[in-house]
Design a protein around this ligand. Structure first.
Ligand code: 1CP
Length: 342
């Protein structure tokens, strides 16, 4: 099979045009997603491979993006081993009984993707069969810190006080928790690759809340276990966090081939800091999609200019597509990136 442009770009190979996809491209912004979700829960879609595959493919058809990202969630693997984790509309994951003590850890047994997540692996196979060869399928998992934050807090947090309290008061329990979550992330990503995913992204969305020294002490070893554990599989590894500009180098050191950059750091600065050996992905502010077309066009051109034609670049947003985004604005970005690159 030929190497899809997204994979080639992740590997730093020079290309005629810049490839593009969007974090959270499947889901709420597309009318065909909302139609499919009518009367069905998020969990039902994820656990029905034909439906999850259809949702994964929808943005490829409508937007002309160069990659599909598996439709699932960062808590899907841990949901398979732990009762009482739900995805609530407009709130995201909530956990009935937070994980905060040594005894709680016993509830987190290792994950066996083939028996615990057969529907995810079947979705990967169905999507790969349906995709044209030039469109890459990206697998993903939540990074240990970000998944831990949901388990410890019981849901999304604004200050991560319980998470940081555990980290500082009981570092042994913390390390054990992150190690177990690293094992799950590694197992699920390796299984997704075996089923047909051609690149993987480790989402550490909330890690920007940590100072670099705490990141290096309390998080980097677990994320490294995930990323280094995939080294032999020969797929590009993307590592992304929101508001994590101060952690770019450390997140690359954890074993990433590609670092996802949000809009707070100009791409040229990110590239200079990371050096030519690391590819980058990003970094259009997702709210730009609500701006007038001429402003949007200007921001896209400025983003491409900041990369400056360097190889090892995949255009994307600096974070996920917001729910009310007009799909035509997303399509406009794809066409502009394809037409005006490099
Ligand atoms: O394109 C896609 O939608 C791909 C599938 C996908 C991915 C990659 C979903 C479906 N979720 C994710 C990752 C994810 N989930 C992250 C990391 C990426 C990011 O930061 O955006 C995080 C933090 C979550 C947790 C989560 N799941 C939230 C909270 C986000 C927040 O800002 O507080 C929410 C709302 C969910 C539920 C969810 N997961 C996915 C969708 C489409 C939804 C919305 C709920 C629904 O449609 O019912």
């Amino acid at each position: 099979m030929p190497v899809p442009p997204v994979v080639a770009a992740y590997r730093g190979e020079p290309l005629e045009r810049v490839p593009v996809w969007f974090m959270r491209q499947a889901g709420r912004s597309l009318p065909e997603y909302r139609a499919l979700r009518r009367g069905r829960s998020f969990a039902e879609v994820v656990r029905t491979p034909e439906l999850a595959a259809e949702v994964t493919l929808q943005p490829v058809r409508r937007l002309g993006v160069d990659a599909a990202i598996l439709f699932s969630d960062i808590v899907t693997p841990v949901q398979a081993v732990l009762e009482g984790i739900h995805i609530r509309p407009d709130r995201g994951p909530v956990v009935d009984q937070p994980v905060r003590t040594k005894d709680d850890l016993a509830r987190l047994r290792p994950l066996d993707p083939a028996t615990d997540l057969p529907y995810v692996l079947e979705t990967v196979r169905l999507v790969r069969q349906a995709l044209p060869p030039e469109v890459a399928l990206i697998g993903f998992a939540g990074a240990p810190f970000t998944v831990a934050s949901y388990l410890v807090e019981g849901g999304k947090s604004s200050d991560y006080r319980q998470t940081k309290a555990l980290m500082h008061a009981e570092p042994d329990v913390w390390d054990d928790l992150l190690d177990r979550l690293a094992g799950m992330a590694l197992a699920t990503l390796a299984a997704q690759v075996e089923a047909g995913a051609q690149a993987v992204q480790l989402f550490d969305s909330w890690v920007g809340t940590l100072a670099e020294d705490d990141y290096r002490r309390f998080v980097l070893p677990a994320s490294r276990r995930v990323l280094e554990g995939l080294a032999d599989l020969d797929v590009p590894r993307v590592h992304f966090g929101v508001g994590a500009g101060h952690l770019l180098e450390a997140m690359a050191e954890a074993g990433a081939d590609v670092v996802g950059v949000d809009w707070r750091i100009p791409l040229d600065q990110a590239r200079e800091r990371l050096g030519p050996g690391v590819a980058v992905q990003g970094n259009l502010d997702p709210t730009t999609l609500f701006a007038p077309p001429e402003v949007l066009d200007d921001r896209v051109r400025r983003m491409l200019a900041a990369n400056g034609g360097r190889p090892g670049y995949v255009a994307n947003l600096g974070w996920g597509v917001l729910p009310d985004t007009d799909p035509d604005a997303l399509r406009r970005v794809v066409d502009l990136v394809h037409g005006s690159s490099p």
